[in-house]
Design a protein around this ligand. Structure first.
Ligand SMILES: [Zn+2]
Length: 281
């Protein structure tokens, strides 16, 4: 049975490959390893080459998981919205914009060279910022969406929480204008599967039992994730690496999910949105 975690951060300073092994022991088979912030890899960003060094650490981690376990790991790199905010405060608009654009070029190269399967996280900060910074973040996000459309590759969006329907429709509009709907994933999505189906964006839902129970009532067009942060200084701050397989298998036994749901959530939906084949080595 294929069980996929769509959003994990594995940190060489954290448990790293050991967290992946825990995921596997619990029944996991496929995982997406997402870049966090350069700072988390001990890198202080001054230019795009620094981003590249940080990306190479994540790509290497991904390779290590593939070489040393039976898991299949995929790599995703981007410019985290919180990182954009920090760069803006440090370097101002012009330099940050140039830096982000040059960094997107690096991301594009790595996609073409098949070192990564998508872009992420990019988007808007989830914490309050000035209008000026919010506007700037939106512009960077739009460029990221354009890049995903150009490359025809998936993109994972990190956004503020969606408390009303307007937010969904506004996102739909943005994606329609700059991106390619069938390649867009909303990371950390609420379990509102119907409205995501309506706007044709793929939700990646945090794999708590409660969330998945709610989600499945509205259908099985969603992905599952932990957003595991692999930070030894914040143990238990977020979900552990075993959560996706644990929740999936528990809800299968409870009859809340059936095998067809699991096939859709962990395999078909993933293959469709990324344009990949999970059975390929
Ligand atoms: Zn994340």
């Amino acid at each position: 049975m294929i069980i996929t975690d769509n959003h994990m951060h594995l940190d060489p300073q954290g448990l790293g490959i050991e967290a992946a092994k825990k995921f596997q022991r619990a029944g996991g088979t496929h995982l997406f390893i997402i870049y966090k912030y350069a700072e988390d890899y001990g890198i202080n960003v001054k230019n795009e080459k620094d981003f590249e060094r940080a990306y190479d650490i994540v790509i290497k981690m991904c390779k290590r998981v593939n070489d040393r376990t039976d898991l299949k790991a995929y790599c995703i790199i981007g410019i985290h919205p919180a990182e954009v905010v920090e760069l803006y405060k440090k370097y101002g608009e012009k330099k940050t914009w140039d830096l982000c654009m040059k960094t997107f070029d690096i991301i594009a190269e790595k996609y073409v060279e098949k070192e990564i399967v998508g872009i992420g996280e990019i988007g808007r900060p989830h914490f309050p910022v000035s209008d000026e910074i919010m506007e700037f973040s939106q512009k960077v996000m739009n460029e990221g969406l354009k890049l995903s459309r150009e490359l025809n590759c998936a993109v994972q969006l990190h956004l503020e929480s969606f408390e009303n329907r307007e937010k969904f429709y506004e996102l739909e509009k943005t994606v329609k204008r700059y991106g390619k709907k069938e390649r867009v994933i909303k990371h950390f999505a609420p379990p509102e599967i119907k409205i995501f189906e309506e706007i044709e964006i793929m939700p990646s839902v945090i794999a708590s039992e409660n969330n998945i129970r709610k989600a499945i009532k509205e259908g099985n067009r969603f992905l599952m994730e932990t957003d595991y942060i692999d930070d030894l200084k914040r143990p238990g701050a977020v979900m552990g690496p075993k959560t996706v397989p644990r929740t999936t298998l528990k809800l299968l036994r409870a009859g809340v999910l059936d095998e067809e749901d699991i096939f859709r959530i962990h395999k078909e939906n993933i293959e469709k949105v990324y344009g990949i084949d999970l059975n390929e080595p």
